[in-house]
Design a protein around this ligand. Sequence first.
Ligand code: COI
Length: 355
Amino acid sequence: MAQSTTQIQITKVSESRINEVDWVNLPFGKVFSDHMLVMDYNNNEWSQPIITQFQNLSLTPATSVLHYGQTVFEGMKAYRNKKGEVSIFRAEENAKRFNQSAKRMCMPTIPTDLFVTYIKELVALDKNWIPTEEGHSLYIRPFMIATDPYVGIRPSASYKFMIFTCPVGKYYSEAVRVKIETEYTRAAHGGTGFAKAGGNYAASLYPAKIAQEQGYQQLIWTDAQEHKYIEEAGTMNVVFHIGNKIITPKSSDTILDGITRKSVMEIAKDWEYETEERKISVEEVITAIKNNELKEAFGAGTAATIAPIKTINYKGVDYDIPAGKSDLFSTKVLNYLNQYKLGKVEDKFNWILKF
Ligand code: COI
């Protein structure tokens, strides 16, 4: 692992932009806090990180990420309770996943403890930007780009790692309608599906746009070989509640190893549901709907949190399913996670970084 340092050089903004924020109508991902962290990688080592004003980058048009997409990112959230305490959910997991993504994309890694320290320092500085309204949070976006000025295919030798934050409202404001995709493919075995690599998201835009034009907010991707097995939903993992079982597709190299998904499965086990992480065929889901055995389906992700699914479309047929009711597992787990992140229930799984 390349060297890095805990010492951060901090230059604070002379005047905050915080008073410009419309906290009541907070969109997702369009409002940016005062500061950002930047760290460069050259000659096989990371520079000292700096925290400075959130500002534009200056890059040569030859910057390799602009052409070949050598870039990875993460997403996590910070919360602030009424006492002013800040908590970040499972930050170490994001740090580990960031490095797994980086390795797959031939990029340098960052020691997980330093990754978490950088996040903490940046969030502490912009603590007042953390919304306190229910369902709102400070979304944290660490990412890394290849910065060699070179128009040729090879791993870059230089990189820029950055973190910025945005106060956000809900990603989905209501239960979603999803379409099971049986033509296009998100990820194939041996590819980059498990990584949070920019290209995975770029490749999903066209099929997702077609689905949106048909009235669906998201796709549920299926396997590349047969389009027979459920994978994930691009912005989130998917979970099904069939009979008394909470079932989610097993992580693989084609599915993002979601941290919210993992947490939901741990909570389900703790609440004594039967849980299964395994292959789920589309046929199994559709049969369960037809037999009234599918109690609910939902997405799980950092941005989306828990997103109930109200309609699943498969081969032109819409199947409506229960969503959003207070007695459903997804509603209970969402409420529990909201309380958990705000420190209103015991941190029994040791998931919270508090400061
Ligand atoms: C996240 O959940 O953090 C993601 O990166 C997914 C994206 C929809 C924002």
